[in-house]
Design a protein around this ligand. Structure first.
Ligand SMILES: Nc1ncnc2c1ncn2[C@@H]1O[C@H](COP(=O)(O)OP(=O)(O)OP(=O)(O)O)[C@@H](O)[C@H]1O
Ligand SMILES: [Mg+2]
Length: 254
């Protein structure tokens, strides 16, 4: 089991850095999110656990401003990001506000090299020194990327591709990182070391919202967890309690 580390200066943080209230999303007639309420405090790692089709990716795309919402709101530090009526904040503006999404299945630029993918992550920045410092930060998290700078992203192993996807997202210097099923398709040992790095990313001051089918490992590294079932939150508690909850164990940890 991974050693969980306490977020620093917990008491000084606002209770709700990212706040989602009554969020509904439809795909035509399909009602994918049905009134989701969720909050993430600054410096927390929060996970949302759910099976296939529960609505995890829909939630992530809605926060990132890519999917229109039918009802409800998303606030970052009290500032509304998405709303059903009026002009929603656009995805690139959401990145500028400090939210960065690592999408499901990585979605790297496969023909491009590792270095080019990393540079794409910083495309909206002009602070060359900051970009160089953040590249070094990624290399210290994932040294293998430095060895593979000239390799095409599509030829990396699954684990390396996930490291690159997370690093690319970090290159926009987010205050909150959204991770959509980073463990997908990876061997358990690779997942364990990848999740260790999520703890390190939090130690560097980045807040993390993680969605996963891999309930045990997600709950193991997170502070609090939510259970998403057919578009609705059915349970939320400190992760340590969810791991012990018999219903959660039966449905998600068996
Ligand atoms: N583009 C789309 N058009 C229509 N329905 C969609 C679309 N994308 C997702 N859905 C539906 O919305 C629901 C939620 O899907 P979503 O991809 O958010 O689930 P998920 O929890 O991420 O699943 P998985 O673990 O398989 O990634 C599902 O019923 C899915 O079929
Ligand atoms: Mg998904």
């Amino acid at each position: 089991m991974t050693a969980k580390k306490e977020p620093a200066e917990k008491s000084a943080k606002p209770a709700k850095y990212l706040e989602i209230m009554g969020l509904h999303v439809h795909y035509g007639n399909i009602h994918a999110l049905r009134g989701v309420d969720l909050a993430v405090g600054r410096g927390e790692i929060v996970c949302v656990v759910g099976v296939n089709g529960a609505g995890k990716s829909t939630l992530m795309w809605a926060i990132a401003g890519v999917l229109p919402v039918t009802e409800g709101s998303v606030l970052l530090n009290g500032v509304p990001l998405v709303r059903p009526a009026g002009r929603a904040v656009r995805p690139h503006e959401i990145v500028n506000l400090g939210i960065s999404l690592v999408p499901e299945r990585r979605r790297l630029f496969s023909p491009l090299t590792v270095k080019e993918n990393l540079i794409m992550g910083s495309i909206r920045r002009t602070d060359r020194e900051g970009i160089a410092a953040d590249l070094e930060r990624c290399f210290s998290l994932y040294p293998v990327l430095k060895e593979r700078l000239a390799q095409r992203a599509g030829t990396l192993s699954g684990g390396e591709q996930q490291m690159l996807a997370i690093s690319r997202a970090l290159m926009s210097r987010p205050s909150i990182l959204l991770l959509d099923e980073p463990s997908l398709g990876l061997a358990p040992l690779v997942v364990e070391s990848l999740f260790e790095t999520i703890l390190k990313i939090r130690e560097e001051g980045v807040t993390v919202l993680l969605v996963e089918q891999n309930a045990f490992q997600a709950l193991d590294i997170s502070d609090r967890g939510y259970i998403l079932q057919t578009g609705q939150i059915v349970e939320s508690a400190p992760s340590i309690e969810l791991i012990e909850n018999p219903l959660v164990r039966k449905a998600y940890l068996a």
